[in-house]
Design a protein around this ligand. Structure first.
Ligand code: BJ8
Length: 426
């Protein structure tokens, strides 16, 4: 990696802490990802992205800003990337998956806050996230209670926090609210960028994001093959990079990888032997570098073949219908698309369970690991009914609750190994 010290300094990073974070991340990446056997060649692009995740990509953001483009960060898949691209902005995901700066975070937040929110604060207070520090606007959304209240505290700490309200039910009223919020978001983006969204710019943006999602749909479908052509860890990594990378380059790289995976499938060339126990993960999103549970599963004689998560199919499985000739009509299509997202903050939320079952069937999974972050009420509360329904349908389910620490790794490993044994006997 080139020397980016000056750039990081200009962004106001704490260089010492940042160096320490990068060195831990680099080591973990080598141990977890590079150590895997028989990885597809196409993963080299994603290895490169990760090696430059705080370097080249940040330089691109800095350059984009110098050209007058705005950088918009967000913590949720309900923030439409299409609208950001339609003002020629750059959208970046800000969720973090590392236990960093938690002590400082706990001076502002209750200890019993989920790790995702704590790391949002840890990264800000520790000044180690160049994505966050590059943003012109940071978008919050009133989804779970934790995030809702956390944004009140985050507001004064960042340059410009814009909070979007969110519906709680899949009702007509809920949809109306979402549409209204997206309208207000358009006004905010236009004001910050000094550009107006036109039918042409919005149509182009919808096309770009649809292409990116289509590539992910293609990739996820290829994982139905036995032997699995790609590991769950690598597939998760791609879903994580989805939120940071340049959209067109990312789409191209995923499609190239898919070409290779198609050949692998044809030749029965897998990353694990045929017949390896196949598992789906369902639950909370996993942001970089939250690889703990997938690693434990894939080092327990099992392979992950799908993620029912916002960093996974929940974030990518719906496309925006290309229809309408006015911005308003296209916005309707965008609202229709996003209103499908079945996050556990909605009540009731039956389509999520239905889709986990559908995934298990189409990906030939033997069981489901339900993953919740500790103190995440929406997903922990929903995990009971999900487990009950899946078990009743003959899909064994293991419910895990964990955080970003490594303290429970041994205990989790024991439970996962026992679950894999149960699946083998099925
Ligand atoms: S659409 S899942 S990205 S809100 S883990 S902070 S829910 S207490 S992340 Fe999410 Fe949007 Fe929903 Fe998806 Fe709260 Fe739970 Fe913490 Fe969470």
């Amino acid at each position: 990696m080139a020397d980016y010290t000056q750039m990081w300094q200009d962004l106001g990073l704490d260089l010492k802490s940042h160096d320490a974070l990068l060195s831990v991340l680099g080591k973990a990446y080598a141990d977890i990802f590079l150590a895997q056997k028989n990885r597809p060649e196409g993963m080299k692009y994603f290895d490169f992205v990760m090696s430059e995740v705080h370097g080249l990509r940040i330089k691109e953001l800095v350059d984009a800003k110098a050209e007058g483009r705005i950088i918009v960060g967000s913590y949720c898949v309900f923030v439409p990337e299409e609208l950001v691209l339609a003002v020629d902005g750059v959208a970046v995901g800000l969720c973090a998956g590392a236990e960093f700066g938690f002590e400082a975070a706990e001076t502002l937040l209750p200890r019993n806050t989920c790790s995702l929110i704590k790391s949002m604060f840890g990264f800000k207070l520790g000044r180690v996230c160049p994505y966050l520090e590059s943003c012109n606007v940071v978008v919050g959304e009133n989804t779970c209670d934790g995030k809702k209240k956390a944004y009140e505290i985050l507001g004064p700490l960042v340059r410009d926090l814009y909070v979007m309200d969110m519906p709680q039910t899949k009702s007509e009223m809920g949809k109306k609210l979402l549409r209204e919020e997206y309208r207000k978001f358009i006004a905010k983006l236009e004001k910050e960028s000094g550009k107006t969204i036109t039918p042409a710019s919005l149509r182009k943006a919808i096309g770009t994001v649809n292409a990116k999602r289509k590539a992910m749909i293609r990739l996820n479908a290829l994982r139905a093959a036995d032997p699995a052509p790609i590991s769950g860890l690598d597939a998760l990594l791609i879903s994580q990079i989805f939120f940071h990378d340049d959209p067109a380059r990312f789409t191209d790289s995923v499609n190239k990888l898919c070409d290779e995976l198609e050949t692998r499938v044809k030749n029965h060339n897998g990353v694990v032997p045929k017949g390896t126990t196949r598992i789906i993960i369902s639950g909370c999103p996993m942001a970089v570098p939250n690889w703990k549970v997938p690693l434990l599963i894939e080092t327990s004689n099992a392979v992950i073949v799908g993620e029912e998560s916002c960093v996974g199919e929940r974030g990518t499985r719906w496309l925006t219908e290309v229809k309408g000739s006015t911005v308003d009509e296209m916005l309707d299509a965008i609202v229709d698309r996003y209103f499908n997202v079945d996050c556990a903050v909605f009540t009731p939320n039956p389509s999520r369970i239905g889709y986990v079952k559908e995934m298990a069937k189409k990906l030939h999974a033997r069981g489901v690991v339900h993953y919740s972050l500790q103190f995440c009420q929406p997903y922990i509360m929903e995990s009971g009914p999900v487990e009950k329904d899946l078990e009743k349908s003959g899909i064994p389910t293991l419910r895990l609750e964990t955080d970003y620490s490594q303290e429970d790794a041994g205990q989790l490993k024991t439970r996962i190994e026992a679950f894999v044994e149960r699946l083998k006997k099925k």
